[in-house]
Design a protein around this ligand. Structure first.
Ligand code: FE
Length: 204
């Protein structure tokens, strides 16, 4: 049980307080230059997937932090250097952990934890919601085995004790919706104000 629980334990991080504008400039650079490759096996690129995710979160009336988490949840794919589709080579890229650590340089747990837990949330949803499992995209099914398959009972119980687990589940459901090649694509810059509000400053 302890071993199971330790997998979901929150990260201990110290935020580097940078100006929100400097954070935004970095994000813009990543999404305008490194997010143009296909998202896994789907017909859209990483930037479209990010923007669709942020848009769904916005439409659901979620918090600035969770909209930001949805927008940036796959940033690990852009910063890990393992190529576009590591699951095809049998590699679990751990992009959720890499992404959460990258984001934790600038954002608090309300952004980073749902990102870190979004793969665990997939394993959780596959165990508790058969309809969700049926909606998974081909590459999500392919990576599921590498990520540990659906959660067992002990893992589910530990996950439900983890801070931000419900936000991670909400983010994960959005992740599956945000792979539509026919959806109108907003500009990444449409999220400027939301992201800036989600950057904690020392005064806040
Ligand atoms: Fe995703």
């Amino acid at each position: 049980m302890d071993l199971v629980k330790s997998k979901f334990e929150p990260m201990i991080v110290t935020i580097t307080h940078t100006s929100p504008h400097a954070v935004w400039t970095q994000l813009l650079d990543i999404y305008e230059t490194r997010a143009l490759n296909p998202y896994g096996l789907s017909l859209i690129n990483q930037r479209a997937h990010a923007v669709q995710s942020g848009h769904h979160a916005q439409q659901q009336g979620l918090s600035d932090a969770l909209i930001t988490a949805a927008l940036l949840h796959d940033i690990g794919h852009m910063v890990h250097g393992l190529g576009e589709h590591p699951a095809a080579e049998g590699i679990d890229d751990q992009h959720e952990v890499i992404g959460a650590h990258w984001l934790a340089q600038y954002f608090g747990p309300a952004v980073c934890e749902p990102v870190r837990l979004h793969v665990a949330a997939k394993r959780y949803l596959c165990a508790v919601d058969p309809a969700y499992r049926g909606r998974l995209s081909r590459d999500s099914i392919e990576s599921l085995t590498l990520q540990g398959g659906p959660m067992n009972e002990a893992e589910r119980a530990a996950f439900e004790q983890t801070p931000y687990w419900q936000d991670a589940v909400a983010l994960r459901r959005i992740d599956e919706q945000a792979k539509d090649p026919n959806a109108p694509t907003l500009a990444f810059t449409a999220f400027h104000d939301v992201v800036l509000r989600a950057v904690p400053t020392p005064e806040r």
